[in-house]
Every structure is written in structure tokens, then in C-alpha cells.
Ligand binder design. Sequence first.
Ligand SMILES: [Zn+2]
Length: 451
Amino acid sequence: MYPPEIAIYRLLKFLREKPEDEPLDPRWMNIWEEKYKRYAHRSAPLHIIRYIEEEIVQSPKVKAIDEEVWEIKINDDIKVTFLLGAGASAPSDIPTVDKLLSELWKRARKIGREDLDRLAKWCSERDINNIEDLLTAAYISYFAARNRNITSLLDYFIFSGGRELSEEVYFLQRRRLPRSPEIDVSSISFLQDTLQTLFGLLTSTMISASPNPTHQAIVDFIKTHKNTSIITTNYDGCIDEALLRDGIPLKGTISGEKGDSSDAIQLIKMHGSINWAYCDSCQDVREFDLLELKEAYEKDKLSYPVMGICKNCGGLRRPLLVPPLSFKFLMFPNLIDIWNSASQSIEEADYLIIVGYSFAEADTYITKIISRSMSLKENQKMIIVNTDPNLVPTLRDRFSPHIDGFNEKRILKACESSEKILPDILRSMLGQKDIKKEVEQPVKNKDEEHE
Ligand SMILES: [Zn+2]
């Protein structure tokens, strides 16, 4: 990072030299707002600050939706794969990840365990408010605590085995860690188990969520265009419900194909589903009828909404939900087939329509599949429907080094809430609506008024 005065001078130079009609990368706005604006008054004359503000903030030169989106027309041979993330379900009142941890502590307090209370206090004192960090650390600790070699290797890696530190410092640092035999495996195991159970209970409240216009738009699209697959990282049953209520049979879910598979739509739930369960002892996997489950939950007919007893072996049934973990793909062997079919359906697609999915760090697996698929299949295109204006420029930067002769327009942007824009995009792709004309019309009228 440059000192503010040089950075501001460079930004000014860039804005002056940039061709007038070239759209401004929206990330400049963030850089200015977050990094330099507060130093600007100390480092630059007022007229320069005003100029930058006008250029960056007041004249939005970035189109929210790439025009090429409206030019896409598809026929039956074109394969479309949707990838849905949390943003697609947000309007259905699904709690977002950043709110999960405070909910988790609320529930933990009700249990009245002293060690959970201590952990909650410790986390809040250190501003640890990400459920993914917590569950990941719990998993690693449980795994490491059961194997003394792993514990000492972790010690070696984290404290460099004394190589870079002086011996004195190394032993001082090392003494802060409990030596392997003192680690209480049972308490770590209890903690990990409790966190996992609480997480299951938390997500079970998603059963009552209902589909929103994003889900309905996809269902309407599928009624005309059968050559479609859906991949979702959401556990909720919104997209399933929307499809089932419209009489569209599903395949690819955990219990295999049901009914006439020829017109069944492939629905791949990568992180599990609120109506899936697995047995802790025999690993038997079971899918419950979503609509029945929802009715039973709403009428309060279930004694154990998330758990039960395995019919096979009498073991404890747990919800088959992948908690937000940094290395989730190592932990859930039950889902390997599902992840393979997700990867296949991404590779087959001519168009990937990615809705409300943020390409988070913890999901590098998905990003890698997409990146590989984009480089293997040079005509494959992505349409990113996401309210974050920085996402598409970031993705273009991230993918271009891996793809020879990468064309930016293979990643198209629709920066708008999916509820609002997805129905129009999908109808336009099917040739049911000429959006371009509708959009251009009012602009012409406006010009005539000015004359
Ligand atoms: Zn069992």
C-alpha cells in the first residue's frame, strides 16, 4: 500500500487518463471509501478531492447488468446449470451465517453447561464471531486430540519446531501448550458434539421457510427448458418445495431416483438438506419427504424434529448437514457421490447461472471445479446474479490467469437482487420477453422530452 498522498495522486492520474466511455471498476469505490477518503483532507487540496468524489461516487459509470445478458437465447440442446447460494434463500427469512453464532450461544445458554458458557465468554472477549472458525477449530482439536503424533506435529508446524526461534523462546512458547497426555479428549469430544447438535437444531428452524420469487422463476424456466440441473449449497427446502409443488419430479437427491426419471430434474444439494439424516453407527442415509416433514413440523406433530433412532441398528440419527467448515469436503464421505455429480453437471453446462452465491474462501472446492470447467470448455459462460458489485470484477481477475485467452464477457454480471431480476433474465433467455426493447424504450422518450 502506498502512502495516502501518493495513492491519491495515482488515483487522480488514473481517473484523468481513463477514456470517458470506459466503465469504472466498482472496486475503486471501495478502495476510496475504505482506505483513502479519511486521509484525503490531510493529503490533498480540496478541488482534487472534489474531482475524485465526483468521478467515483457521483457518476456511476458501471452498468448494473451487462447488456450481453439480454442477448442470450437458448434452445433445447443448451444445457443450463444453476448454482444457488445463501443469497437465493435470504428473502425466505433464512438466518445468514453471520447471525448463526449468536443464535448458537443463545441455545447453548439454555443447556446450562459450564464449559459451553466459558467458551462463549472466551469467544466474545476475542471478537470471534464466525461460526465457521469455531466449528472448524472444534473439528481439528477433536481430531488432533485423539492422535498424539498429530498433536506434536501441529506443535512443530505452528512453532516451527524451534528452527526459526531461539531454543529458549521455543521452549517458553511450547510450555504454554498442554503436553499431549494432558489433553482431555472426552471434553473436546463433548464440545464438538454439542456444537454440531446445536447447529443441527438451529438449521431445523429452516423447515418452515417458504420459496420466494427466485425459486419460482427457476421452476417456471424448467417447465419450458428441461435440459437444466440445479446445484445448491443451501440446506433449506425452498427450491425443492417450489419444484415439488409444481409437480416436477426430482432426481440426484440422496435417496436416488424416484418415479419417471426421464423428465425428473437433477437437484444436487452439496451441503446436505434439512430432510436428510444419517445414522451415527451404521452410516445408513435416509431422506424424508420434505412436504410431509414441513407439515408435521408446522402442526407440531414431531417429537424429534431433527434426530431419531435408526431403524437399521438402533443407533442415533443425525441431520445430514455439512456445517460451515473450512475443509468440509474431507469430513463428509456420505456426500462424495453428490459432489461428483455437482462437478459433472458444472462441466456439462453451456450456461452456469450463479444466484446469490459468494464464492467464499471455505468453498474453494466449488471455485476450483468452475475454474477447471471454464478452461476446458471454451464456450461456457457464467451469469452472476448477485448484489455485490465487486464480485464479478474479482472473479474475472481470479479466473483469467487459469484460462488461455480469457474473454471477460464469459462472466456476465447482473448486479441486482435475484428476486427482482432473475425472472426477467430467464424469460429473456427463453425468448419469452424482449427485455432490451423494454429497457431502451423509456430512455428514448426521455431524450425526446429534453429536445
Ligand atoms: Zn444405523
